[in-house]
Write a protein that binds this ligand. Structure first.
Ligand SMILES: Cc1cc2nc3c(=O)[nH]c(=O)nc-3n(C[C@H](O)[C@H](O)[C@H](O)COP(=O)(O)OP(=O)(O)OC[C@H]3O[C@@H](n4cnc5c(N)ncnc54)[C@H](O)[C@@H]3O)c2cc1C
Length: 496
């Protein structure tokens, strides 16, 4: 690595969601001190999916000074309060993983312990009845109110989002170059020196951001960084995606419907619905997958079903020499909990925090890679949990998932919850206790005991404690208008 070279010019290869998020952030926040160039190819196009997000996207928008209603109107967006998991625990058994907090904790233990005792005594309602976001999602209500914000994310049109960010990036001086990268040039010491386009143009730079999607043109095809394959834990390797007409007002949550060898998503936008079937090709042929998806659509198809192949896992290093991989080039977990855009945003923020203006330092590179890996491993475990903890035995795919060995870190979390109802969030971890609890209970994992401190309350006191939380949640949700009405006055897309 050439440690002396100052970074004056950053070249972003690729203009999908990752490329344009990176481009907008670098141009807007650092455009006065560095030159930013982005190369993309209309001929190759983008992966064209990735329309469900999680609440952390607010942080990115705040960083760029974007207004929520404006971004939503520009991207046909709806609000997302969580994900409904249908048929995951078992066929016809459903639950919702909402973005909200469950009930009230005490100093010694989380709310789930009070709820578990209440459940044993027959005085507790569904765990979701103690969470505002959960009930609002189920009742189709939503609002952004001062001092009473619901933890929310968005469903949005991925291409419109990329266009929106592209405008911002270009307004702040980013130079967009259309063309296909034919070759990547390297210095003798191995660093990347430039890109050569098919039309003969040379685009040289100091720091290169690989946003070329699954191709990973720089980080892998050029620098041979290596890939850790996680398909033994996350066995889905294919998806078929199609857009359909809306047939009902948009839900304020994503639907994830487990099928015989994977799961189907439904993502409602203001003007259409995004659909897809994620599946494992070992257990389902592409033709059968296409048929399964087409048989389970609600509106007329607006596009031809499109096949996408992927491999779950991670690049061994995310920053290698003078190249940083952001987006699908850095790896892919699978879309179940909509975490990819979050990971893009985390890499961008980390890059800004560690920007190597005076030259790349090996300690920065190591730290960037260390932080990225920790984040990824926690999210990976959370996603594997959905597949592992299931009572489904109806197909070979689900039997495989149920019996597979999981990482020790996840096995520990499962045992901890099963034996004593305990859940802890690790430092810097994306998913909090409420998320782990909703998914573990929803998938059918029942703790053997609750924390003894709960016995300090009499049954009557416990009943009144639970009742009060439930009433407060109901009162809060009753104030919200319908999701559809709120969108209409807050962020109606211009074309609708
Ligand atoms: C089935 C599926 C569902 C998903 N759902 C979600 C979701 O709900 N939520 C979520 O957060 N994420 C989701 N993701 C992930 C999400 O789609 C991606 O993280 C996001 O779209 C970013 O992709 P990208 O920009 O890295 O790659 P791409 O969109 O593939 O962009 C790659 C870019 O590189 C360019 N390029 C490639 N090669 C060359 C070349 N030789 N010359 C010039 N340009 C080149 C392309 O033209 C394109 O502009 C999903 C992914 C899949 C596969």
């Amino acid at each position: 690595m050439n440690e002396a070279q100052r970074i004056k010019k950053v070249v972003i290869a690729g203009g999908g969601t990752a490329g344009w998020m990176t481009g907008a952030a670098l141009a807007k926040l650092m455009g006065k001190s560095i030159e930013v160039v982005l190369v993309e190819s209309d001929e190759i196009g983008t992966v064209g999916v990735g329309e469900a997000t999680i609440p952390t996207l607010h942080i990115f928008h705040r960083l760029l000074g974007l207004k929520e209603a404006e971004v939503m109107a520009a991207t046909n967006a709806t609000f997302k309060l969580g994900i409904a998991f249908e048929n995951w625990h078992d066929v016809h058994k459903n639950y919702l993983h909402s973005f909200g907090y469950l009930g009230k904790d005490c100093w010694a233990c989380g709310f789930q312990h009070f709820w578990l005792k209440g459940q044993q005594r027959g005085i507790a309602a569904d765990i979701g009845d103690y969470c505002v976001e959960h009930l609002a999602a189920r009742q189709g209500r939503f609002a952004v109110l001062p001092n009473q914000d619901l933890n929310h994310a968005y469903h949005m049109d991925a291409s419109l989002y990329a266009n929106y960010l592209r405008n911002i990036a270009q307004q702040h001086g980013l130079n967009r170059i259309e063309g296909k990268i034919a070759r990547v040039k390297q210095h003798d010491h191995g660093d990347i020196s430039g890109l050569v386009l098919q039309d003969g143009q040379h685009i040289d730079g100091d720091l290169f951001i690989d946003c070329t999607g699954f191709r990973a043109l720089l980080i892998e095809q050029t620098l041979n960084t290596g890939f850790d394959d996680w398909s033994h834990w996350l066995p889905c390797d294919s998806a078929i995606a199609v857009q359909t007409k809306s047939v009902a007002p948009p839900l304020a949550y994503t639907r994830s419907i487990a099928r015989q060898a994977g799961w189907q998503w439904r993502i409602p936008l203001q003007n259409r619905v995004g659909n897809g079937l994620v599946y494992c090709s070992k257990y389902l042929s592409d033709a059968d997958a296409r048929q399964t998806l087409v048989d389970n659509l609600e509106g007329d198809m607006l596009t031809e079903p499109r096949l996408i192949k992927f491999r779950t896992g991670t690049r061994r290093k995310h920053w290698q020499k003078n190249c940083i991989a952001i987006g699908l080039s850095s790896g892919f977990l699978e879309p179940l909990e909509s975490t990819s855009i979050h990971l893009i945003q985390r890499s961008i923020i980390r890059l800004l925090q560690m920007f190597p203006a005076q030259g790349i330092q090996s300690a920065d590179v190591a730290e960037f890679n260390r932080q990225t890996e920790i984040e990824l491993l926690n999210i990976r475990d959370f996603i594997i949990l959905h597949y592992k903890v299931t009572e489904r035995t109806d197909t070979p795919f689900w039997r495989y998932c149920r019996s597979m060995q999981v990482p020790d870190s996840l096995a520990h979390r499962i045992a901890l919850f099963q034996q004593s109802g305990k859940v802890y969030k690790f430092a810097q971890e994306l998913f909090g206790e409420s998320s782990w609890i909703q998914v573990m209970l929803g998938q059918g994992l029942q703790p053997a005991q609750y924390h003894p401190i709960v016995d300090a309350m009499s049954d009557d006191e416990l009943a009144s404690f639970l009742q009060q939380i439930q009433s407060n949640v109901q009162r809060s949700v009753a104030k919200y208008p319908s999701h559809q009405d709120f969108i209409r006055h807050y962020c109606q897309a211009v074309a609708n």
